[in-house]
Design a protein around this ligand. Sequence first.
Ligand code: BGC
Length: 750
Amino acid sequence: MKQLLVIISLSIIFFACDQTVTENQDPIEAKIDSLMNKMSLAEKIGQTAQRGTSSRVKGPLSEELITAVREGRIGSLINVMNKEYVDELQRIAVEESPNGIPLIFARDVIHGFKTIFPIPLGQAATWNPSLVKEGSRVAAIEASTYGIRWTFAPMLDIARDPRWGRIAESPGEDPYLASVLSSAYVEGFQGPDLTDPSSMVACAKHFVGYGAAEGGRDYNSAIINESLLRNVYLPPFQAALSSGAQTFMSGFNELNGVPVSGDQFILDQILRKEWGFDGFVVSDWNSVTEMIAHGYCANEKEAAMKAAIAGVDMEMTSQSYDHYLEELLKEGQIDVAHLDRMVRAILRVKFRMGLFDQPYRVDNPKAILTEDHLAKAKEAAVQSIVLLRNNEGLLPLDKRKKLAIVGPLADAPLDQLGTWIFDGDKKDSFTPLAALRQANGIGNLHVATALSHSRDLSEDKFATAIAAAKKADVVLFFGGEEAILSGEAHSRAHINLPGAQEKLINAIKRQTGKPVVLVIQAGRPIVLENISASVDAVLMAWHPGTMGGPAIVDVLFGASNPSGRLPVTWPKSVGQIPLHYNHKNTGRPADSTSFVGINDIPIAAWQSSLGNNSHYLDDGFTPLYPFGYGLSYTNFAYSSLSISNNNLSVGEELKVKFEVANTGEVRGVETAQLYIQDKFGSITRPVRELKAFKRVDLEADQRQVIEFTIHTDQLKFYNNKGELILEPGEFSVYVGSNSQATMKKDFRVK
Ligand code: BGC
């Protein structure tokens, strides 16, 4: 009896303690508790639904949708772009739905809203996180005036294949650069205070591996082993989370045989359990029900079950949750506690956004396309431009030169905006031709664009371009791709200049011999093999956005010195793809001493290995331009590399010091880059990995000592068991102006 009493009293004490522990002290969690207590099952399931319309629909929403909002059966709407509808729908949700839970209005605001910034791959070429942050802040300020408080950005897919159309939306091939930019995007979109009506919740997408689509074919399968996943594909997402990203999007792709929208290992084990994410996961457009086509689920009900269990909290556009969650709960296939966790995550973000206190849009038409926003967009475009070639110092141009303006992108206001801009308007674009015409002192223009768009095959106007070139000192050829040739579902097998552009460039060179400057506007690196001999200077301007024209003109004439650096390796040919700087060495590392070209092989040669290690007989092993590369109108010299310690203990820091000098005649910005090679490991390690970089602005003749600090934690890597380890051994550190930097020091970790 005494024993029983002890047990009872202990249980009472335990129960009482347990109560105090679970009673939420966090004010937001407490609010969620009290709201959840009032919500019906239908309302809870409603929070998991994101409905809406296609990005191009401007018309009224269906009665069915409006009724669903009124009944509390929708948590978020995508692509509602009419301000009055936004206001009215929010009013219905707040005033008429059972518990007045506000909606979140979402939209893809990727690289600007009305003021369009360069495509993300171009922004990555700035290597300038503060500029990227400013750009995403501008996007949030503009979009939020339309009620958009949730953007499906940043896109953080590491992309190693320029055939893939969505490389345009990506931060490029490197996990470190992508991580730095990831944080910048999140901080810019979300701003310092999520409850500020001008803040937009960020969504880290597409979690994960979408960029590894086989052959660069969109939506294709990705096979990524665990160490590669954790060392290369996951870091930008982890950075987004560390910077406060509130939502993640599960991708369309399958990863190692499991569509990620149904992958518990990715969405639950890694994201929630390992990383501690407490925001919510939204599926990509219909990606839940696409698991049927993947062959992973037999029907919609199974798709709903697998996605929910894996960790998709909100379903974008497809309605399997709406149709089947209740049934799955009744059958015990999904636990109520699991649904509660999903709903709590969604409500948590809504509370954090302050939506319950301020659900309504704050209009501010004056916040759109302001002078300040346009100036920032121009600066981003300027800094994104990469000077790839500049034979005999052809650039910058003297304004007094007579110029022939040729090519389909000289005056292509829509195309310069780039991919996936639903709200940018070509009327606001400032094209290169318009900028040339307006610039002071540039009088001698002979304009003959000759091709009406990038795919134009007509040679009818070649003669006009050649005539213009004959009258000119220099030919400015504005080539590239239309915006619609990159982006989602726009992969290309041939990534050279499309249409008759190559033919026209070669014809101009052949018939006039005039120097040709090729200005490329495109969503990806462009293979130049067919025109290489005809172009004297090459500027990569990506799709530069609203202010692309003046940015390009400033660079052409030297008002701005180009400072962009490649965020992706630029191949010589499509046959070299995939090609990325941080590859493995192999047992027979490629090098020039062992290279035998295709024409050096004797006819009927003996069939042994030539020693051609990891080479192509025709294209060798080096890219046309390496990752990190970009020229300037001045020159930079690196010297005096020293390291603080060549025998580091675990936990110590390595100071890497060197000097960069501007040895040319004009001011310029150099991006000093530091790479590390871990020479031997329990799994093989990349030939080098970017670990630090810094933009340095130097006057002519100025020099600066730069010091980077590398902590031994930065030398850790994931093995194939998913363990983050630091292995003692030999390392090299390289510094210089791109990923082929040769200045190096060796050190050990003991
Ligand atoms: C894309 C996502 C995008 C979504 C909503 C999908 O097709 O893959 O990146 O956020 O559409 O527009």
